[in-house]
Design a protein around this ligand. Structure first.
Ligand SMILES: [Zn+2]
Length: 80
């Protein structure tokens, strides 16, 4: 779904995130749609990672559109 975090662990590495850019999740089916939404909502292309690489047990890793388990995480990393 969607959460704002200062940083997130990706494959064991702490990655700083830009403030005001949430972490969103999408399934393969809705990835293109979510990508467009992210660009429209935040006027920046997100960085994408496989959802399973995001190491946060408290994160709701379901597609924002359909609620199915997500395959892709969309977020915005600092300094890229
Ligand atoms: Zn979906």
């Amino acid at each position: 779904m969607e959460r704002k975090l200062e940083s997130v662990k990706i494959e064991g590495k702490e990655v700083a995130l830009l403030a005001d850019f949430p972490v969103r999740f999408a399934c393969m089916e809705h990835f293109d749609e979510e990508l467009d939404d992210y660009v429209n909502d935040f006027e920046a292309a997100p960085d994408t990672h496989r959802a399973e690489l995001i190491e946060d047990e408290t994160m709701d890793k379901r597609c924002r559109v359909c609620g199915e388990p997500a395959q892709i995480a969309l977020l915005k990393e600092k300094g890229l």
